[in-house]
Every structure is written in C-alpha cells, then in structure tokens.
Design a protein around this ligand. Structure first.
Ligand code: FES
Length: 116
C-alpha cells in the first residue's frame, strides 16, 4: 500500500493491520492508545483501492461514526482506523503525520534479522 503525502510504500501482510505493519517496519504512525481502537489518532483517509479494504467490525464502525461527525470532509466511506484495517490488495491512504522508516532504523532491522 502507499501512504501519502509522505509517499512511501508499506507492505501489509495477510491478517496484519496497517498499524501493525507500520510498527513492524518502524514507520512513524500517530497513536495514543497503541492499537486499542480508542484514540482515533491512527485514522486514515482511503484515497484509492476501496475494493481491497478488509471488513469493518462494529467496534470500528462506532468509532468511525463519531470521528466523521467531528471532522469536516471525512466520510464513512473513506475513513478507517489503521489499527483495525486489513487489506486484500493495493490501496492508497492519506495519513499526514506518517513517516517512512528512517534509514537508521532500517539498518538496525537488517542487522537484527541477520542475528536471528
Ligand atoms: S491506534 Fe488508537 S485508535 Fe488506532
């Protein structure tokens, strides 16, 4: 998947949420509740690939209703919580404060991988 406006690619594994994928690769992704579907800081706007979005469960739907009511221009169709969002194919999202893994952390990940 692609994350704009930073413009980086994030590989999301089967069954993994977007937020979990971001943590795995050490990308910077806003959160307060660390994946508990409470803070909404992880929310994304889906720009493309709606057909590849995983299902919305009641817990997420209820929070999205509150969020989209508060934020002008955010719709239920385009808004998802990264900590509950799974994907079945390619998508593009907007997440303004998200940043790709730094080269430094990528090097750390690589060296950790070699140690295992
Ligand atoms: S990380 Fe808090 S709602 Fe997703």
């Amino acid at each position: 998947m692609r994350v704009d406006p930073a413009g980086f690619d994030l590989a999301v594994r089967d069954g993994e949420t977007v937020f979990e994928a971001a943590l795995r690769v050490q990308a910077r992704w806003p959160t307060i509740c660390f994946g508990q579907a409470r803070c909404t800081a992880c929310a994304v706007r889906v720009l493309d690939g709606h057909e590849n979005l995983g299902p919305i469960l009641d817990e997420e739907r209820n929070i999205l209703r509150q969020l989209t009511n508060r934020r002008r221009g955010w719709s239920m169709r385009d808004t998802r919580l990264a900590c509950r969002l799974t994907v079945t194919g390619d998508i593009t999202v907007e997440k303004r404060a998200a940043r790709p893994p730094s080269a430094e952390s990528a090097e750390i990940s690589d060296s950790e991988e070699q140690v295992r």
